[in-house]
Design a protein around this ligand. Structure first.
Ligand SMILES: [Zn+2]
Length: 455
């Protein structure tokens, strides 16, 4: 193993160059952005997979979906097969003026690689590639069969997932899955994620008048849409930040057992990691990590009523917001969507018109950890990072996990990502810890062998 790790380090710069080349492609999968960039990214990923030893690499498509990339290395059909997962699409850049570097020109600063997708999730692709290539270079073989799937629409909600799994189920079949798209507990402290929150995302529009009018001539008797929407949204949270929607907490599971496992940090570290402003309080009564992993949360992601540029003395006719609720086991996304719609309709004042539109509904996911693959992953991570693994939840959502688990029965899903609390995935100035990336690759090198012994 020592030799193999040295072999990886000898090629590290080359793998990082490949990562940087992927980051230079603005593969934003959101509607309204150039779909050909996601296609170009799929092409680039397929070339990387081929170059570093994957066989039968192909771009898999489903009508209207961004392309997926698939490859495999079947060394011996009698050996267990692992499906590796990452995604090559990225989020939009957000407020470009807040980026300190060009989002699509990767830059190394103090052990971090800045750029959109540098961590989420192009680094995940290169964890798999570097680990597999190291095995092939050093040992000429692998201890397991590998399949790799690199998705192209994860950030936009994996909307064609059901169809995709249906169409390619046989191809994807494996004895375990390794998904590299989550975060570690802290920089240098590895995490193995055993639960993901789901998400319900809704666009809501309020209207009160046919068109915007002079706020002096008409204001007072005539309600404006922006105030109507703000009052409606404001009613969804109480003074402590808890969601007021009736029955919303009814199905939330008790995580009493999980909470008995102590965490290496609490509120202070959490507030520092997120750079909470002085005087702003964290919401919730428990350790904020637990609150984040195991409690639902409602937030307004965007709000629009006129604009700063067009602001003038009018009663606005129309106001819009994107609202989302992160949901936890055993909540159901479709049920929560209806509850949210009902709560909004019940709260809207003055008879204002409200239109709700579904953006995404994804169920939460969680797993037990009895399968020996989890202990194998813990061993591999400990060897790679030199630190004990935190068995943790994740406040984020990966739509792919549950449908794949459903399709394959009870195969273990190992979520071991390389983001850290400073990555700022989805925000501005996203970055990757380069030393953690290296540790993640070393862990992956160990993992294949560990898994070969237990699957
Ligand atoms: Zn991601």
């Amino acid at each position: 193993m020592e030799e193999m790790i040295n072999a990886f380090r000898a090629h590290k710069a080359e793998y990082l160059d490949e990562l940087k080349a992927l980051v230079r492609i603005p593969s934003i999968s959101f509607p309204g952005f150039a779909a050909q960039e996601v296609a170009r990214s799929a092409q680039a990923v397929s070339e990387v997979l081929t170059q570093y030893g994957f066989e039968d690499v192909e771009i898999l498509t489903i009508p209207d979906a961004h392309p997926y990339v698939y490859g495999e290395i079947i060394v011996d059909p009698a050996k267990p097969t692992i499906l590796l997962y990452a995604h090559h699409d990225v989020q939009p850049v957000g407020d470009e003026s807040k980026w300190k570097t060009d989002p699509f020109e990767p830059v190394e600063i103090n052990d971090r690689l800045f750029g959109r997708g540098s961590a989420d999730d192009k680094a995940g692709i290169m964890v798999h590639v570097a680990a597999v290539h190291t095995w092939l270079k050093s040992e000429k073989t692998l201890p397991v069969n590998l399949k790799i799937l690199i998705e192209g629409e994860e950030e936009s909600g994996s909307t064609h997932l059901g169809q995709f799994v249906e169409a390619y189920k046989d191809k994807l079949e494996a004895d375990a899955m390794v998904l590299t798209d989550t975060d570690n507990f802290d920089t240098g402290i590895p995490g193995l994620v055993t639960s993901l929150r789901g998400v319900v995302i809704m666009d809501v529009k309020a209207r009160t008048i046919d068109h915007s009018v002079h706020s002096g001539m008409w204001g007072g008797p005539v309600p404006d849409a922006a105030s109507a929407l703000c009052k409606t949204l404001g009613s969804l949270l109480d003074d402590d930040g808890r969601i007021t929607i009736p029955a919303i907490y009814e199905k939330v599971r008790s995580f009493g057992e999980a909470k008995k496992i102590p965490l290496p940090a609490g509120a202070k570290a959490f507030a520092q990691q997120v750079k909470l402003l002085d005087g702003v309080s964290l919401l919730g009564e428990e350790n904020p990590y637990w609150e984040n992993w195991w409690q639902p949360a409602l937030m307004v992601n965007a709000l629009q009523a006129s604009s700063k540029k067009d602001a003038r003395s009018v009663l606005v006719d129309e106001a819009w917001a994107r609202v989302s609720i992160r949901i936890v086991p055993d909540m159901r996304a479709d049920e929560v969507y209806i509850l949210l719609e009902q709560a909004l309709s019940a709260a809207v004042p003055w008879g204002a018109r409200l239109e709700c539109e579904k953006v995404t509904c994804v169920d939460p996911w969680c797993t037990t950890t009895e399968h020996p693959a989890f202990a194998a992953a813990q061993t591999a991570l400990k060897k790679g990072y030199g630190k004990d693994v935190v068995m943790m939840g994740c406040g984020g959502t990966i739509p792919f996990v549950q449908p794949l688990c459903d399709a394959f029965g009870d195969v273990p899903a190992l979520l071991m990502g390389i983001e850290d609390p400073y990555t700022n995935a989805h925000g501005e100035n996203e970055s990757l810890s380069l030393s953690d990336w290296e540790k993640a690759v070393v862990s992956a090198i160990f993992l294949y062998e560990e898994l070969a012994n237990v699957l």
